[in-house]
Ligand binder design. Structure first.
Ligand code: ZN
Length: 159
């Protein structure tokens, strides 16, 4: 069975950045299982998997535009420390969830300078070219429920 829309696909992957550093990997854990054609994974990886089958291995490099987007400097902002009421220690790298006009967004602290806190709403991998080494481990038909919901059901699904 080949990977196409409405298939449930399991992959093992190693994700590295341009410097060859491993950012993420499924290899010591369960494979990543996703519903193909439902935008469950980044567009560049989904496109590269079309037509692949169990046992196939591929290496793919994905430009930021087809991954987590370009880095947008306008998504950084300097805010006063009072914005983080109740948090004693503020450090670069900390993440918070914030309500925004676009829904809940993860905001990362980019820098702390006294009472001036620089926050960054970019995805941590925005602007990063990604390299995936992927093995396809399973391909099956999606169930009606999965197609209706737009995601995979199984271990870890809460309904
Ligand atoms: Zn569901």
């Amino acid at each position: 069975m080949q990977i196409a829309d409405k298939k449930v696909v399991s992959i093992h992957y190693t994700l590295t950045n341009g410097e060859g550093e491993v950012i993420d990997s499924s290899r010591d854990a369960e494979p990543l299982v996703y519903l193909h054609g439902a935008q469950n994974i980044i567009p560049g990886l989904e496109a590269a998997l079309v037509g692949k089958a169990v046992g196939d291995e591929l290496e793919v490099s994905i430009e930021p535009a087809d991954a987590y987007g370009e880095y947008n400097a306008e998504m950084t902002q300097v805010v006063p420390r009072e914005m983080f009421e109740g948090v004693d220690e503020l450090e670069a790298g900390m993440e918070f969830q914030a309500e925004t006009a676009q829904g809940v967004q993860v905001i990362r602290i980019a820098a702390v300078d006294g009472d001036q806190i620089t926050i960054d709403g970019n995805h941590p991998l925005a602007g990063v070219k990604l390299h995936f080494a992927v093995n396809v481990t399973e391909v099956r038909e999606a169930t009606e429920d999965e197609l209706t919901h737009g995601h995979v059901h199984g271990a870890g699904c809460d309904h």
